[in-house]
Design a binder for this molecule. Structure first.
Ligand SMILES: Cc1ncc(COP(=O)(O)O)c(C=O)c1O
Length: 396
């Protein structure tokens, strides 16, 4: 268990419902209480004098960009803030939409919503989409080979690839893929939605554009993400046309219409808060240790309900997440696994994510600083047998 500097348990830094075991940080994150309070102070300042707040925003966003760029180890004129990773991906698609027909490459591990955006831009420009098939357990070298073979024999304008994959909780060798794709003339968008906070050096500088959510493992309030542009010739605009329209990148991103961006202004505080209370190195080690415990306990419980090979070999695991095979051996689709989330939570008091990959269903578990061995033990001993029952009863 992680302990805060004043001796409190790490989980006491959050206000999570104690009636549940929260083992799905990966989907929506969770915001520490002090960070919410900080955001609330920002909101109060905004509401005490909205005209002052909005009229003085630009220099404060400039300062924030510099601060976050320093934390992430990138030049401040490379970095802008956006609402979320999805918005960052759309910014990239929009920038390339004029230069069609676009031949786009995605992978079968891609985040569905972002892949749909890639498909749309390909369709609207008269281009094509190729979905590369990467075996679940492929090593980094094997993944790179899939890309190299495809890219060297198919004209490609844009590669969209995930640093950490959502359905399969694995890492992909994105720096090497980006180097290869760019040497062959393609643009590269690396979707690093899960990376900030979870990886010590998350930004992929080899990509034309890298995006990362601050509202997942970084633990900032929702609606905060960063986009890093490494290629100055790529002209990016915010999704909302606003007063920065005639300015250059990155300044034009300081204007995105009238919107509550107190989440952005809480991102540095969130980072400092968790460094001060727990330490980011300790948080990352804790996540890895919790998932080793989960392999033993949840893997064991799944074996007990008849799952052979319960811990999915994902080739290159992402430290704070694990992927487990579902009991029942049935064929799943996205809607089917999604429909397990709430009934499982209500029946067991344990919260996990359910994903699907080529018809196989998985329980995806993730660790955060507040995760304890007891959470995992409870998931293993009481929730997994109930999960087997729920799935056994379902006709989905
Ligand atoms: C790889 C990946 N990309 C994009 C997203 C979308 O993030 P958001 O909903 O914050 O835009 C997610 C969310 O989990 C993700 O896992």
């Amino acid at each position: 268990m992680l302990t805060a500097k004043d001796g409190r348990e790490a989980r006491d830094l959050w206000n999570l419902d104690p009636g549940f075991r929260h083992l799905n940080h990966g989907s929506f994150g969770a915001v520490p209480t002090a960070v919410l309070e900080h955001q609330q102070e920002q909101r109060h300042a905004m509401e005490r004098n909205p005209v002052r707040w909005f009229s003085t925003l630009v220099p404060r966003i400039e300062d924030l960009r510099s601060d976050l760029a320093e934390r992430l180890g990138v030049p401040s004129d490379h970095l802008v803030l956006v609402a979320n990773a999805s918005a960052g991906a759309s910014v990239m698609f929009r920038a390339l939409a004029q230069s069609g027909p676009l031949h786009v490459v995605v992978t079968d591990h891609g985040y569905g919503a972002v892949s749909m955006g890639a498909e749309r831009v390909a369709r609207e420009t008269g281009g094509t989409v190729a979905t590369l098939q990467i075996p679940l357990g492929a090593t980094d070298d094997e993944v790179l080979q899939v890309f190299t073979e495809h890219l060297s024999s198919h004209q490609t304008d844009l590669v969209v690839v995930d640093q950490v994959t959502s359905p399969t909780a694995r890492r992909l060798p994105v720096a090497e893929i980006a180097r290869c794709a760019r040497s062959l003339g393609a643009r590269v968008l690396v979707d690093g939605a899960h990376a900030p906070g979870a990886l010590a050096d998350p930004v992929v500088r080899e990509a034309d554009v890298w995006i990362g959510n601050l509202h997942k493992f970084w633990c900032a309030p929702r609606g905060s993400a960063v986009l890093v542009r490494n290629s100055p010739d790529l002209d990016l605009y915010p999704l909302v046309d606003s007063w920065g329209g005639r300015e250059r990148y990155p300044e034009r991103f300081n204007h995105q219409g009238t919107v509550d961006i107190t989440s952005w202004f809480s991102a540095s505080f969130a980072h400092d808060h968790l460094e001060g209370e727990l330490g980011w190195d300790a948080i990352r080690s804790h996540g890895a240790a919790m998932m080793r415990h989960a392999e033993q306990r949840i893997g064991g419980a799944l074996a007990d309900v008849g799952v052979s090979d319960p811990i999915a070999d994902v080739g290159h695991a992402f430290d704070p997440m694990r992927l487990f095979r579902l009991p029942g051996g049935r064929i799943w689709d996205h809607a089917g696994v999604d429909a397990l989330r709430v009934p499982f939570m209500e029946a067991t008091g344990c919260i996990g994510a359910f994903t699907e990959f080529h018809g196989e269903g998985f329980l995806r578990v993730s660790a955060a600083p507040y995760t304890t061995e007891e959470d995992i033990d409870e998931m293993a001993t009481s929730a997994i047998p109930i999960l087997a029952e729920i799935i056994g009863r379902r006709t989905l």
